[in-house]
Design a protein. Structure first.
Ligand SMILES: *Cc1c(COP(=O)(O)O)cnc(C)c1O
Length: 388
């Protein structure tokens, strides 16, 4: 039989996460590759999910999401960011941020349209853009004084008459950059001048460190009306398996995204939605504690990686730390991460897989720190073999 997969998806084989997680399992390595926490979310929120199932929330909820969650999202956006979104009409619940991103791109982009994204980028972006038969135009983030940022001129030059949207992920996976108000202002000006829609991926909105503040792009002048703001519960409440996300946008944009979303999944699972509504309303102290704990883990891992000989870039947010492997005498992160289980019993992710221009990320390797202290300590002890 000839290759059954449609040509536009052939570049998307198994993800690096599958390869590296299998490698970790096979070799008994510590997995600092995939970014999921090894501890549970807030106990009362987990109980809410159980209660929801026991009390009969087991049939299709409304396509836009259960009213309790839409209301909780609306209140949460208003209280935290001063952004008003009507629970009825301007909030849409999705199967994680991933579905929200896919539905937004499929709803807003014609074949041949261009979508700008900052590379290295989250792997679902390119696949969603390919499904829409649109084209991804990558603007590269590069380290400047220890943090990844973009060149405003490069960003401006990437906009063409075919550019429809810009995908903005901040706090940014996999670099840990949290865009500053100045950086966001450059993006916002461009969106307004060139009539672009902004699709924002804010799944790490609560996970920022050192007092750095997450600024939603939609809060900048003229941006609410042209922004599809996306977030989800997975990272905020350490429940990545719940796949409960949401879109906030003006009614016209929400209608467009809903039109596609209804035929992807129709609706998201009911019990998690009720539990996440509880989380948004009552678990902000738990989230603050998570953030503080993650900052300590970040520092622990950074210190250990530096002691092992890596050049370490300090992330201001997310679960991830980027390292430059050249001080250890390596030049190719893919080659190093494939050998790392045998060299040190640790699994990490080669950052180059998140680029359209892999050579620009060849010497970076990503480690996740959303793991228990003892796991981080053991990984660090093992990594010291590299320089030993
Ligand atoms: C984890 C992650 C997602 C996916 O979120 P879900 O709610 O699990 O679909 C999207 N974007 C980024 C940058 C992520 O790290």
């Amino acid at each position: 039989m000839t290759e059954p997969l449609v040509s536009r998806m052939r570049a998307f084989g198994t993800t690096i996460f599958a390869e590296m997680s299998a490698l970790a399992l096979r070799t008994g390595s510590i997995n600092l590759g995939q970014g999921f926490p090894d501890t549970d979310g807030p106990a009362a929120m987990l109980e809410e999910a159980v209660r929801a199932i026991r009390s009969g929330a087991n049939q299709y909820p409304p396509g836009s999401g259960v009213p309790e969650l839409r209301q909780a999202v609306s209140e949460h956006r208003a209280a935290r960011y001063g952004l008003d979104y009507a629970a009825d009409g301007e909030v849409l619940v999705t199967v994680g941020a991933t579905e929200a991103i896919a539905a937004a791109i499929l709803a807003l982009c014609e074949p041949g349209d261009e979508v700008i994204a900052f590379e290295p980028y989250y792997d679902s972006y390119a696949a969603s853009i390919a499904l829409a038969q649109a084209r991804l135009s990558a603007v590269t983030l590069r380290p400047v004084e220890g943090r990844f940022t973009f060149d405003p001129d490069e960003l401006r030059a990437a906009v063409t008459p075919r550019t429809r949207a810009i995908l903005v992920n901040s706090p940014h996976n996999p670099t840990g950059t949290v865009f500053t108000r100045e950086e966001l202002t450059v993006i916002a000006e461009l969106c307004r001048e060139r009539g672009l829609v902004a699709i924002t991926d804010e799944v790490y909105e609560h996970l920022t460190f050192d007092g750095v503040e997450h600024v939603p792009l939609a809060t900048l002048p003229g941006m609410r009306e042209r922004t599809v703001m996306i977030s989800s519960a997975g990272k905020t409440f350490s429940v990545t398996g719940w796949k409960t996300g949401w879109v906030c946008a003006p009614a016209e944009l929400v209608r467009a995204v809903s039109t596609v979303k209804q035929f992807l999944t129709f609706t998201a699972s009911a019990p998690w939605q009720l539990a996440v509504a509880h989380g948004l309303r009552h678990e902000s102290a738990w989230v603050a504690e998570l953030r503080g704990g993650l900052q300590d883990k970040r520092d622990r891992l950074m210190e250990g990686l530096a002691a092992a000989g890596f050049a370490v870039l300090r992330p201001a947010g997310t679960y991830f730390v980027q390292t430059d492997i050249r001080p250890l005498g390596f030049t190719d992160g893919l080659e190093l991460t494939r050998r790392l289980p045998e060299l040190a019993g640790v699994v990490a992710i080669p950052t180059q897989v998140f680029y359209d221009h892999p050579e620009r990320g060849r010497h970076f390797v990503r480690f996740a720190f959303c793991k228990k202290e003892e796991v981080i300590d053991e990984a660090v002890a093992r990594l010291k073999r590299l320089s030993g």
